[in-house]
Design a protein around this ligand. Structure first.
Ligand code: DGJ
Length: 708
């Protein structure tokens, strides 16, 4: 429906368990975003009129979807920009509203400043809200944009935050903090989504946790520099703001040109973090993921990286493939080291030609062998990167993403290619297309191992456009090869966000295959992403990144809760280990229809040394629960395991699917329910629970519940 503005209107966007009530007049303000309410909401909004105290502006100042200094908003405005010093304090007036049950589009203009803004806001059936702005320059002189931010309100009861931090091999760590005056701000200037500043956070009522509290989760879908802010205004009102960071001078709009922000995704739940995650997972499955993922079983990977690194010998690789197939692997991937001159991490990036010394007979015999074994074949690329020691650099030193005249630091001995250079872009497309056309390749791992320093094109800052060109390159490859799966990797979890997920199928969350570390990393990631997009590999018993050792049981159970794979050299492994790989591969294959479609629950435990992760079928007919003992049990008895999400009126058979090999040796006896026939109601499981078994640190058990 399109309305021309005459008087204020109340627009209601309706989700399933949430609602947004928006007052639209000259500007738009979300009056309520939370539980759905019925009745004459338009007239009820009268109750929300604010008082105006002394000692500040004489009129009420709304917290709009696009806060403006010119209207007397003293917190962070939505737009900062200017036209050679003028038109820097715009005030937009809404001229057109278009709305439906789930969507609202507002067009507003400042005719003096010569600017138009289009604001899109939607709330879908999965209760995920999405918003973005587009700014158009209407005048003949260029308009410089310094900032363009998306803003959503938070209620005054939002008193705590869960934010993210991390680093390489330690991604998706969460931290809690109060939300109070001074607020919270995170800035990412690393040029990619980053390990350090995953672009998401959660605000909620005091002591919100997995099971309870009003929570508002936010995810900013952008793979470059960003700023997230949650602020408490001087008058106590709160808001969340997200924006791409534009480098100096980088955005200059000519007449008629438009700048569109990335999408800010948000979801409200009154059911704590689990409720929020269910909504994000459903949204990802429904609206972001390629349907290819939803309709096919995710194949089990064998990735050669930690098995052979740069030592590539085709006969040996074929033997690895043979043994992988015997263990039940379904997709065999040759990682880094296959292209010309790539004998270590110091040279050859950019030279995307098969190394004829390592592969004198080409790739075809290997691919044929892999396919004859019934597996898919995958290959690693790192398209955006270049080593100075490469033929590509020797031929095109000007393709570097750099500011001329400076020597920028390297990262993993490499530099970034300027994707805004059309020749460079076309070269990379041609090379990828060549391999995907020439060979039967089902999957590529698209890596990106360094951060972006001084991104420039023709001397001007161009970090934003570099990200746009990266998306365009992936899109072009996807259009030409729609059946090829792509995994997004950036030295592990450095480029994981919803915008990448629209064009890829799997993420590599971390280079850390240590099962103990993976428990935390996967937990942090799972608040926003469902398990089927989370690559999760069994690594070697002696972890390469932490030097810690873990049993095959702990590694296996940790890996099955994602899109599973193996990352080691099967040829060198002992028989016991191989039997273990086979066992967990079988288990994953049996469980993946449930794991990759069900509802993930992170279950609080009475003992903080536990981590409990469950997946319940959407029809509640079955569930699996992984109880992981991360560190020494705090007490000798660890309380009760209470399992939410089941059909409370149904009876379930509860059994142990997998346990540590020493399970019965470490105690006089374990709880009897873990030994045999145990039948419990869903209600009992949720409200009363089962006694916790005793486990050694860094071990886990897997429990199955089947509705009778
Ligand atoms: C970093 C990735 O995260 C690893 O999995 C591996 O692909 C290496 N790059 C290869 O150089």
């Amino acid at each position: 429906m399109v309305h021309l503005m005459t008087q204020n209107k109340i627009i209601v966007l309706t989700g399933t368990n949430s609602q947004a009530i928006i007052e639209v007049g000259e500007f738009a303000e979300i009056l309520h975003w939370g539980k759905p309410v019925k009745g004459e909401v338009a007239s009820f909004c009268f109750s929300l009129q604010r008082p105006v105290p002394y000692g500040r502006l004489d009129n009420d100042v709304a917290m709009t979807l696009a806060p403006e200094l010119g209207r007397g908003v003293f917190s962070s405005p939505c737009l900062e920009g200017h036209r050679n010093g003028a038109d820097w304090a715009p005030v937009f007036v809404i001229t057109e509203i278009e709305s439906s049950t789930h969507t609202l589009t507002l067009t507003s203009e400042d005719t003096l400043a010569g600017l138009r803004m289009i604001t899109e806001l939607s709330l879908d059936k999965q209760d995920v809200m999405k918003t973005r702005h587009s700014l158009v320059n209407l005048k003949s002189t260029p308009y410089q944009v310094n900032r363009l931010a998306n803003t959503l309100p938070l209620p005054a009861r939002a008193a705590e935050l869960m934010t993210y931090y991390g680093r390489w091999v330690h991604e998706f760590q969460t931290v809690r903090q109060p939300l109070q005056q001074g607020g919270y701000q995170q800035e990412n200037r690393r040029g990619r989504t980053s390990h350090e500043h995953y672009p998401a956070l959660v605000a909620g009522t005091r002591h919100f946790d997995e099971m309870q509290g009003d929570v508002y989760g936010f995810h900013f879908a952008w793979s470059g520099n960003h700023r997230l802010r949650v602020d408490v205004k001087a008058d106590g009102r709160r808001y969340m703001q997200a924006e791409a960071i534009y480098l100096p001078g980088e955005i200059s709009l000519q007449q008629g040109e438009e700048l569109t922000t990335p999408w800010l995704y948000a979801s409200y739940s009154d059911q704590g973090l689990n409720g929020m995650s269910h909504q994000f997972h459903s949204h990802v499955r429904e609206s972001i993921l390629d349907k290819q993922i939803i309709n096919t079983a995710r194949p089990i990977h064998l990735n050669t990286w930690e098995g052979i690194y740069f030592e590539h010998d085709p006969d040996y690789i074929m033997e690895m493939a043979t043994q992988s197939a015997q263990m039940g692997v379904e997709r065999f991937i040759i990682d880094d080291g296959w292209f010309k001159g790539r004998n270590g991490d110091k040279a050859a990036l950019g030279d995307w030609f098969l190394d004829a010394d390592k592969y004198p007979n080409g790739l075809t015999p290997i691919i044929d062998h892999v396919r004859e074994l019934g597996m898919e074949f995958g290959l690693w690329f790192e398209p955006e990167m270049i080593n100075k020691d490469s033929d590509l650099y020797r031929q095109h030193p000007d393709w570097l993403l750099a500011v001329e005249g400076y020597e920028q630091p390297t990262g993993r001995n490499q530099y970034v290619i300027n994707l805004q250079n059309d020749d460079a872009f076309n070269y990379l497309y041609e090379r990828l297309d060549h391999f995907l056309t020439q060979y039967h390749i089902d999957y590529i791992k698209w890596d990106m191992n360094r951060e972006v320093v001084q991104p420039a094109h023709n001397g001007h800052a161009a970090g934003h456009q570099q990200v746009v060109r990266y998306y365009q390159l992936v899109d072009k490859i996807r259009a030409a090869h729609p059946k090829v799966d792509i995994e997004s990797c950036a030295a592990g979890g450095g480029r994981i966000d919803f915008e990448v997920l629209k064009r890829t199928h799997r993420f590599w969350p971390s280079d850390n295959n240590d099962a103990l570390e993976r428990q935390t990393i996967q937990r942090g990631m799972s608040y926003f992403f469902p398990p089927e997009v989370m690559g999760s590999h069994i690594g070697s018993s002696h972890c390469h990144s932490t030097r810690r050792r873990h049993s095959i049981e702990f590694r296996g159970l940790t890996a099955i809760f994602g899109h599973m794979g193996i990352e080691l050299d099967p040829v060198k492994e002992l028989q016991d280990e191989k039997q273990g790989f086979e066992r967990y591969i079988k288990l994953h294959k049996k469980l993946r229809p449930l794991l990759h479609t069900g509802r993930t629950w992170l279950i609080p435990s009475d003992d903080e040394a536990h981590q409990i992760h469950a997946v319940v079928a959407t029809d509640q007919s079955e569930a699996v629960v992984m109880l992981a003992q991360l560190s020494m049990p705090t007490n000798s008895l660890s309380g009760h395991l209470r399992i939410p999400g089941l059909d409370r009126t149904a009876v379930y058979r509860v059994s142990i699917l997998d346990k540590p090999s020493n399970y019965n040796e470490i105690v006089n006896y374990q709880p009897f329910w873990t030994e045999g026939d145990c039948k419990l109601s869903g209600e009992w499981c949720e409200d009363v629970g089962l006694t916790m078994p005793i486990l050694d640190p860094e071990s886990a058990i897997l429990i199955k519940l089947e509705k009778l």
